[in-house]
Design a protein around this ligand. Structure first.
Ligand SMILES: [Zn+2]
Length: 171
């Protein structure tokens, strides 16, 4: 997986084998290229990286994102600026929604009613447990997966370095 891509075009990645050392290479490395297709073209949706010196594996990175993958989610916020709802635009959309659970204290309507009745009778009775915690769930954050920015950068760099053929360039 691609862990980082620097502004000067250096890729830092690891192969699928956790025992292997991390690797790095500049985008201009001759083995950084689109893999060939059976018909003699290039698969511009993928980028092959130089072989791992330890295990010989080639890492392929996906850069074939469609507008649907990248569409912004629709975020609705409440008056306090908290996220009230998120609509993910499309089934392939690359978005990470982080939720968290929290407790709110909710007044127990039955106990509140009982207290009002007893107060009305001028009985000085303590009623415990007027409030009880209710677990709720809220959206903490909406963001792109961390790796996506690096893959988009790689796609941009492949074009900037002339490695992506003209017909493979698109949005
Ligand atoms: Zn390896």
């Amino acid at each position: 997986m691609l862990e980082h891509m620097t502004e000067d075009g250096t890729l830092h990645w690891r192969c699928h084998n956790a025992a292997c050392d991390p690797m790095s290479a500049h985008i201009s490395h001759p083995e950084v290229q689109h893999p060939p297709t059976p018909d003699g073209g290039q698969d511009t949706r993928l980028v092959a990286l130089p072989k791992c010196p330890s295990c010989g594996a080639t890492t392929f990175l996906n850069i074939g994102f469609t507008p649907e993958h990248l569409a912004e989610p629709t975020i609705v916020r409440d008056a306090n600026g908290n996220i009230a709802s998120v609509t993910v635009n499309g089934p392939a959309n690359l978005v990470c929604i982080e939720v968290e659970d929290y407790d709110t204290l909710v007044e127990d309507a039955h106990m509140a009613h009982l207290k009002r009745v007893l107060d009305g009778l001028h009985l000085n009775v303590e009623i415990p447990g007027m409030y009880h915690p209710v677990q709720q769930r809220r959206i903490k954050s909406v963001q792109r997966p961390a790796w996506l920015a690096h893959h988009l950068k790689l796609r941009e760099m492949m074009q900037a370095h002339g490695k992506t053929p003209e017909e493979g360039r698109g949005t």
